[in-house]
Design a protein around this ligand. Sequence first.
Ligand code: G3P
Ligand code: CA
Length: 261
Amino acid sequence: METKIFAHRGARWCRPENTLASFQQALREKADGIELDVHLSKDNELIVIHDETVNRTTNAKGFVHDLTLSQLKTLDAGCNFKLQASSPLLTFIQRFRSLLIKKVYTHEKIPTLGEVLDFLEANNFTGCLNIEVKTDHIHYPDIETILSEEMVQRELSFTYLYSSFNFRSLELLHELEPTVDLAYLTYNNQNEIERGLEADFITALHPKKSYALSKHFESSRKPLRVWTVNAERDIKKLLTKNVAAIITDYPEKARRIRKQC
Ligand code: G3P
Ligand code: CA
């Protein structure tokens, strides 16, 4: 089967991560899948953001779980954006482009998961949405139930899967949605890999690229979607290893490389 290309936090290389702008760009770049991260706000809304705090990606400071949805909606999720340079030779042009993009997207808002689902539906997305449940550093009581309720009430035109570094979150999601695709996120840690391979309800592994790129690795009993793979040589290597998917900040570049291979 052809290796799929998943857009990591959207097309993060050129748009503020985990915003509707980055998901729109991922659609433009024809990503097969889109990856995003979810946390819970103070009033138990599913918030699409990577970090536990808003410090890095917005103009404010604080934990997501200490802010209500209406407080989060006042924040600017585009103001700290920096274009990821694809070549050092293009630095000057890229810096200019970065400023331009920052100006255009500077008032981008943090979306809720519901808003992202509506957006993908409205734009006829037919790929796979990878929802990462960010419970590895913070315990959000009931996030799995709230998430599952949000997902099952919808008739979506696209498929979805849950991933998490937190094994317990995946167990809970399995109880709530016994047939859903569940991926265990791992680093390059053999014990974690074994745990994911042995648990029947885990349908795939999402290992860090160093695991799948290691010269000892040949194949896996379960599909591998590997993160976060941005360098051309790594993308090429993983394509030859026939992994199920590559999770990348550069979906269009990865698609171009896949076409050439
Ligand atoms: O889902 C793969 C990858 O997103 C996990 O790492 O830190 O980017 O959420 P992180
Ligand atoms: Ca993630």
